[in-house]
Design a protein around this ligand. Structure first.
Ligand code: BGC
Length: 781
């Protein structure tokens, strides 16, 4: 069966299942280890489901050496590190997203990995989320489209994807226990929309359910999300996999349709499932349903690997060439995504670089961050260096990467800046501020960097700040410097992309995929983000990012969609053709009126009437990227449909009224027919935060909680802490990630991560509750 010729993996999988016992079917629904699914064979040979390997994602391949882990702490094989998703989205270029997917898929094929764990499409609710660098946007329209193109790119090469983390995974704080509470309209319009589009459009091979709860139910057990919405409404037929360690209750997970538990190895909850089936509490057909999806996944993906074997890079020369091509693609993506936020008096580019007396300041130039920390961390094949790429210009670090003030470094940097014609200052976030598992506590850059930029701006009028971070930060000195170029986390070729932009060899064309507020306090969720105990209560509703700033007329540092270049574009001839109902063709002429070639992201916003149902002032409903030579012009067209105008109110509804189309500075209105708003309440207030019981302990208690009452666990905790400090350095990003996993990780997830058998998690909870005999039974039963 491994070499099935037919492409009907579902049928083959169903035949396979009929030969398996209940235990075997349940077992098939847990992975073998950290990254592989389980093979399942019968002695007679009628069943031969292969084991297949998956790996992270999303901006490169992280195939660990040996078993590895899900926190990015262990070594992985060299692979190309592409720009992080938060930068990629700023390209507004579907083609670049597709090409990034293609290149990653080629490396996956080469490594025998059948599925890449990405893209991440969680919506950026708040700038402090530690994983914002891994997510695309605050806007679901943009996130959904870019994700779909990425998926098409990967899957077109025969490799599967796992769109993640479904859903509402908006904070790292207690990510395995927190409850994301929100009203259905916000859920549908903002947090599910990107998943909906990418899943319906591009059919990712798997959907990864998130760690957190949504409205009281863990995503792994959440029948509303996994069955009602994903399967019944969106017609998704692929496999749902748990995020690593996300599984809560196996019986409920089978009912909801969470098919595969990863990582494997612990048999977590398997005998509960068997007992539930035997007691008639769980229909065996639901186990069959998940087992057949897992079998179909393994059969389908292994067949795709075989089918594509001919394209696999095998020899060292082929592999080297693949890496060269990936590097070039990574550079092009960074070049097409970097955002020129400010450029007074055409300070950039330095066309005559060699003669412009440029100096470089900032330790970030030497320690150029190009990726974030955690499960997406790539062991890059090669990394371009900024100082080398700049041709070893006069350089002063100016500050320490650890944030500690150093007057000597500061003064030398100011002195160099004072005697140079132009200064490029590198500023950004150190690694530990952008890591999976840890949210930032502040939106500021390290104070020493801010102090240095302020001072340099006093001694030199020609200051270019290159910002290196995967998320929005406060820029208190923005008005005092000449240019600001946001490089995001730009991947292993980011330094070369940056230098080409500085020298004008590339004309920057990225536009912000998230708003940059002036101060954190302006951000709509700042009053309650990370302040609701463990939970995330989405009190701001629909109004995140530009939806909030626009509606409430709050000035921002740089708005969503902002980005400059070295040429100018003019928009003209906005034409709207009504094609019936909500279908309109919107076209606009875009002309490159400058004197150099450039690319322009063209954004279509729709303004909805504000006198009916409460809704954002305008929302993105179309985008495209065009590449034009100096003087060239083209017509860009967009098509609208019902969803371009709809809101969620017990279903998608279009309310009639005057809607305006906005492209660039052009605006045109049309009267759209639709329902009349009856004025009834539109959103339910979100539920208040529930107090979390910490005692008696359960499988959802954390190690550090139970350790208070179990001395052995206290010792184990200390041993782990010491080990992390020894191997990673106390206070490092890896140390912090490992410790926050330990402090915030429920026992059930520890069982899954470590692969402990029996009822380990329950046993530890029993010990904590003082029920030692019960605990021993659970430990060994
Ligand atoms: C992350 C996922 C990742 C998985 C496997 C989890 O901790 O949330 O994004 O794909 O680990 O490494």
């Amino acid at each position: 069966m491994k070499n099935v010729k037919a492409n009907s993996q579902e049928n083959t999988a169903e035949q396979a299942l009929s030969k398996l016992s209940l235990e075997q079917k349940i077992a098939l629904c847990s992975g073998l280890n950290e990254w592989d699914t389980k093979a399942m064979k019968t002695k007679e040979g009628e069943v031969d489901v292969p084991s297949v390997k998956v790996a992270d994602g999303p901006h490169g391949l992280r195939k660990t050496v040996g078993q590895g882990d899900n926190l990015g702490l262990s070594k992985s094989e060299p692979a190309t590190c592409f720009p992080a998703e938060s930068l990629l989205a700023c390209s507004f270029d579907r083609d670049l997203a597709r090409r990034m997917g293609q290149a990653i898929a080629k490396e996956a094929l080469c490594a025998g990995v059948c599925t890449v764990l990405g893209p991440g499409v969680n919506i950026k609710r708040n700038p402090l989320c530690g994983r914002n660098f891994e997510y695309l946007s605050e806007d679901p329209y943009l996130a959904g489209r870019m994700a779909a193109s990425y998926i098409d790119g990967v899957q077109g090469e025969g490799i599967g994807t796992s769109i993640k983390h479904f859903a509402c995974n908006s904070q790292e704080h207690f990510r395995m226990l927190s409850d994301s509470r929100l009203d259905e309209r916000t859920l549908r319009e903002i947090y599910l929309s990107a998943f909906e589009y990418a899943i319906k459009q591009s059919r990712p091979a798997t959907v990864m359910c998130a760690y957190n709860k949504v409205n009281g139910t863990y995503c792994s057990d959440n029948a509303f999300l996994l069955d009602t919405v994903l399967r019944k409404e969106w017609g998704y037929e692929g496999m749902v996999v748990s995020d690593w360690g996300a599984i809560n209750n196996r019986v409920e997970a089978f009912k909801a349709g969470c098919d595969l538990v990863m990582p494997g190895g612990s048999a977590y909850g398997e005998d509960d499932v068997k007992s539930a089936v035997e007691a008639g509490e769980l229909d065996e057909a639901l186990v069959d349903r998940s087992a057949s999806r897992v079998a179909a996944f393994a059969l389908g993906r292994s067949k795709a690997l075989l089918d594509n074997e001919g394209h696999r890079a095998k020899t060292p020369e082929q592999i080297a060439m693949m890496h060269e091509q990936s590097h070039a693609a990574a550079q092009e993506i960074a070049e097409g995504s970097a955002v020129l936020m400010k450029n007074n008096n055409g300070l950039l580019p330095f066309d005559d670089f060699e003669n412009e007396s440029v100096c470089v300041i900032g330790a970030m130039a030497q320690n150029f961050r190009y990726q974030g920390s955690g499960s997406s961390k790539i062991n890059a094949v090669k990394v371009d260096g900024v100082l080398e790429a700049l041709g070893n210009l006069p350089y002063e670090p100016g500050y320490n990467m650890d944030g500690k003030a150093n007057d000597g470094l500061f003064d030398s940097a100011v002195e160099l800046a004072g005697k140079s014609g132009n200064v490029i200052v590198f500023a950004g976030l150190p690694e530990k501020f952008e890591a999976e598992g840890i949210d930032r506590r502040t939106m500021s850059l390290p104070a020493e960097q801010n102090r240095l930029i302020e001072r340099i701006a006093e001694v030199n009028p020609n200051v270019v700040v290159v910002l290196v971070c995967g998320c929005a930060v406060e820029l208190p000195w923005a008005d005092k410097v000449g240019s600001i170029l946001w490089m995001g986390l730009s991947g292993q070729a980011g330094a070369s992309a940056l230098v080409r932009i500085l020298k004008g060899e590339v004309n920057p064309s990225g536009k912000l995929a998230e708003s940059w507020p002036i101060a954190y306090g302006d951000c709509p969720s700042s009053q309650f983000y990370l302040k609701d105990g463990r939970d995330a209560v989405y009190r701001e509703g629909l109004y995140i990012g530009y939806r909030h700033y626009d509606k409430n007329r709050i000035p921002v540092r740089f708005p969503f969609g902002h980005g400059l270049g070295y040429t100018t574009f003019e928009y003209s001839d906005l034409v709207i053709e009504a094609l019936g109902g909500c279908a309109y063709e919107v076209s606009v002429r875009v002309t490159n009126t400058g004197d150099r070639a450039g690319s322009e992201a063209v954004l279509l916003f729709i303004h909805a009437p504000q006198d009916g149902i409460d809704r954002p002032a305008r929302e993105l409903k179309g985008f495209d990227k065009v590449h034009l030579k100096a003087g060239e012009s083209t017509v860009v067209k967009f098509a609208t449909d019902e969803r371009s105008f709809a809101v969620w109110k017990d279903g998608w509804k279009v309310y009639g009224g005057e809607y305006a189309f906005e492209i660039g500075s052009l605006v045109k209105s049309v009267a759209v027919e639709g329902l009349e708003y009856d004025g009834s309440a539109q959103t339910k207030a979100v539920a208040e935060v529930a107090e979390k019981p910490s005692n008696p302990y359960t499988v959802n208690s954390t190690i550090s909680e139970v350790a208070q009452d179990v001395s052995l666990l206290k010792l184990a905790y200390r041993w782990f802490e010491n080990k992390q400090a020894r191997t990673n350095g106390r206070g490092s990003a890896d140390y912090l990630a490992a410790m926050s996993a330990l402090n915030e990780c429920p026992l059930r997830a520890v069982q899954n991560f470590v692969g402990f058998k029996h009822h380990f998690a329950q046993a530890i909870a029993d010990f904590g509750n003082g029920h030692y005999l019960k605990g021993l039974k659970h430990m060994f039963r």
